[in-house]
Design a protein around this ligand. Sequence first.
Ligand code: MN
Length: 268
Amino acid sequence: MAFTSRVLLAVCLGLSVLPQTRAQTPAVPPAGTDAAINEEIVIGSRILAEFGVLDGFGHVSARSPTNPNHFLMSRSLAPALVSADDIMEFDLDGNAVDARGRSLFLERFIHSEIYKARPDVMSVVHTHSPGVIPFGVSQVPLRPMFHNAAFLAAGAPVWDIRKDFGETDMLVRDPSRGKSLVQMLGDKSVVLMRGHGDVTVGPSVKMAVFRAYYTDVNAKLQSQAIALGGDINYLTPGEGIKADAINFAVIDRIWNLWKMRIAPSLAK
Ligand code: MN
C-alpha cells in the first residue's frame, strides 16, 4: 500500500500515523486494590449516565477491599464526569477520611448506613431513574417482568421519607434518614424512594450497576404491560432465585459490552 493510502486508512481508523515512542495502554490496577475498585466506580458511573439511568445526580460507591469499614465514592460531581482522581474514602458514619476541601454528596448517608447494616453489600447505587418514579408514588408494586430483573422477585419495597420525618426536602442528608431507608431495604437488592428514585445494592460494583440498569428497564416494561391491560404473568420467586444466579455468572458479558460503548479503548 502506498504511503499516502496508509496515512488515509490510519486517519479513518483514528490511529496515530506518527511513530509510537511509549506504551499507549494505561496501566491496569491490580485486582483487589482500592485503585481497581475506583476504576469500576468510574466505569459504572459513566455506563449509567450513558444509558440515562443517572443524569446530573445519583452516585455509585463501593466498600473498600482493603478496609471493610470504609467505602469509596466520588466527590460531588455529575456521574458522567467522574474520574479515578475524584474518588474519596469515607468511614461508615459518612465522614471523609481526607476531604482536602472537596465538596461531598449530601446523600452519602444512603451508602454509609447500608455498608454499616449489610456486611454482604460491596456496592451501592443511588439513582433518580425516570422509569421507577411512578412505582414510588403509586400503589402498584414493582415486580419482575423478565429474567434480567430476577432480583426483583425478592421484593422491591417503597420507602416514604414522610413517614418518619414529615415534610422534608426529600434528601437522605443525615444518618437517621439513612437508617430509616436501610430498615425498609431489609435484605433486598433494591428499595424505591417515594418521589425521589431508588437504591440498588450488590456483591460487586458490576452487580449493583446491573441491578440499577435493569430496575429502570423493568419499570418501563412493567408500565407498558400495565397499559396493555389484563393480568400480567410475572416471574415467580423460585424463577427469580434461579435466574439471578445466572445473571451473576454472566455479568462480565454485558459489563464488557457497556464498557466498550462508553470507552472503546477500555474494552478487553
Ligand atoms: Mn437523590
